[in-house]
Design a protein around this ligand. Structure first.
Ligand code: FRU
Length: 472
């Protein structure tokens, strides 16, 4: 048995041995992607290939912590029903033995090609990093094709997460990086054939932001086009909390500007946080066959007390967000649930018009829409969302899963609060505010049998139970 086969067998055994306990956990999501066992983090290799959507994920099958990551794999024909596929990559080679770290996918010559970071901790405990490829002709079985890029000069080995795309007949790549003087940065590469790559330099770095110094390391960059402009998404580490901004351990956000491919320069505005909730990190986007720019993110944050999450006792931790469509309006990204999400509905809508207050119950797998003059929503005797007209702040409050103390996240809504679309899964909330102007993405560990909801305001409320058999 090769080492790769051995790792695969151990991972499948881990699923076999623990999936009963994992799936029985009443916090386990019923329509979001979560690990079959162990820990899931970043979305990887997100692509629609030959019509089918493929979503890979950072996966530690052997325990609910980090370590030598595998690439797990889900596929979907419709973005609603997902199938767990065989393991795509194992950390089996000298160049990826401490983890097949995050990366992306492209379609070329009938093949699905993956780019990922080979993470190595050598005998001296030092980190080595290699940008590697693997490819598949059927979208299921992947063959590693080795190291394509060694660490260029000017960076520390915190150099990872290649995102590749095509533009006017050439290939380009951004890599998350830390410069020699420990500033977060994005490295830029170019290639004619996806095999040999030229390092064109640093596209932008932490001390180039007009408003802030953006930290010591940038992870998971993604360079995309929205509405004729370039957007650089990335996850900087080392930002100081600043009022209502940057309150999580690490953030994810974007800058908007123009990429000059000839000069390898990105001119851009200030950094904007992408999500206002407690758990959101490492988003990755893809352009699908309908021309939609679709984002998926990890519903977690590195180094943010994950060992205190109660699901660890049941052998798993973390989940993905739903896929969301991005649009750019006046220099700001709006995120909205895909139209396909309506197929999750398992019933006709239940509607109520409320003049002051509604107290009722909802299923822990449901969608709620609230329209009108919304003042407060309380969910499951656990979390509240309230809008203050004077400060124009929408604030979410929940007890910390570390010590139960109340913690808050807020965003400013200058046009007021007039619409909420909330996706409730068994231990998560995705709250789309004003048709995608802001989103609060968070895990919630309310009592599993709690189903109460209270809404205050002059509003119309619609609710649906959602299907619970879409992920196999
Ligand atoms: C982001 C990240 C990436 C890395 C991966 C390892 O969460 O730290 O930079 O490739 O996770 O799992």
């Amino acid at each position: 048995m090769t080492y790769d086969e051995k790792l695969r067998k151990q991972a499948y055994d881990a699923i076999e041995n623990h999936q009963g306990m994992v799936k029985k956990d009443l916090y386990y999501p019923t329509y979001h992607i979560a690990p079959p066992v162990g820990l899931l983090n970043d979305p990887n290799g997100w692509i629609q290939w030959k019509g089918t959507y493929h979503l890979f994920f950072q996966w530690m099958p052997f325990h609910s912590g980090h370590g030598a990551k595998f690439w797990g794999h889900f596929s979907s024909e419709d973005l609603v029903n997902w199938t767990l596929e065989p393991i795509a990559l194992t950390p089996s080679q000298w160049f990826d033995k401490s983890g097949c770290y995050s990366g992306s996918a492209v379609s070329v010559d009938e093949k699905l090609k993956l780019f990922y970071t080979g993470n190595v901790k050598n005998e001296l405990g030092q980190r080595e990093t290699y940008q590697c490829t693997a490819e598949s002709v059927d979208g299921i079985t992947f063959t590693k094709t080795g190291v394509k890029i060694d660490l260029p000069e000017g960076y520390t080995p915190h150099f990872r997460d290649p995102k590749v795309w095509a533009y006017k007949g050439r290939w380009y790549m951004v890599v998350g990086a830390q410069t020699d003087n420990e500033v977060g940065a994005v490295a830029f590469f170019e290639s004619n054939d996806l095999d040999s790559w030229t390092h064109r330099g640093i596209l932008t770095k932490a001390d180039q932001d007009p408003l802030n110094n953006l930290g010591y390391m940038w992870e998971c960059p993604d360079l995309l086009e929205l509405n004729g402009q370039n957007v650089l998404l990335f996850s900087p580490q080392g930002l100081q909390a600043d009022g209502i901004d940057f309150n999580n351990q690490y953030q994810s956000g974007y800058v908007v500007g123009k990429l000059d491919y000839e000069k390898a320069e990105l001119s851009h505005g200030g950094f904007i946080e992408l999500d206002r909730g407690f758990e959101f990190y490492a988003p990755q986007t893809t352009l699908d066959d309908y021309g939609r720019r679709i984002l998926v993110a990890w519903m977690g944050v590195p180094d943010q007390n994950e060992s205190a999450q109660p699901t660890i006792a049941n052998g798993w931790v973390h989940q993905m967000t739903l896929p969301r469509e991005l649009t750019l309006v006046d220099g700001k990204i709006y995120q909205t649930p895909l139209n396909e999400m309506e197929q999750l509905r398992a019933c006709e809508s239940i509607e109520q018009s409320v003049s002051k207050e509604l107290a009722t119950s909802i299923s822990r797998g449901s969608e709620i829409q609230i329209e009108g003059e919304i003042s407060t929503i309380e969910l499951f005797n656990y979390t509240t969302l309230s809008y203050d007209k004077n400060t124009e702040l929408l604030t979410m409050e929940r007890p910390s899963y570390v010590d139960g103390s109340l913690e808050t996240r807020s965003c400013r809504l200058p046009q007021g609060l007039y619409h909420l679309r909330i996706f409730v899964d068994h231990s998560s909330l995705e709250i789309f505010v004003n048709y995608g102007e802001e989103v609060f993405t968070s895990r919630i560990f309310a009592d599993v049998f709690e189903d109460s909801i209270r809404v205050q305001g002059r509003v119309n409320v619609q609710a649906w139970d959602l299907k619970n058999d879409t992920i196999q």
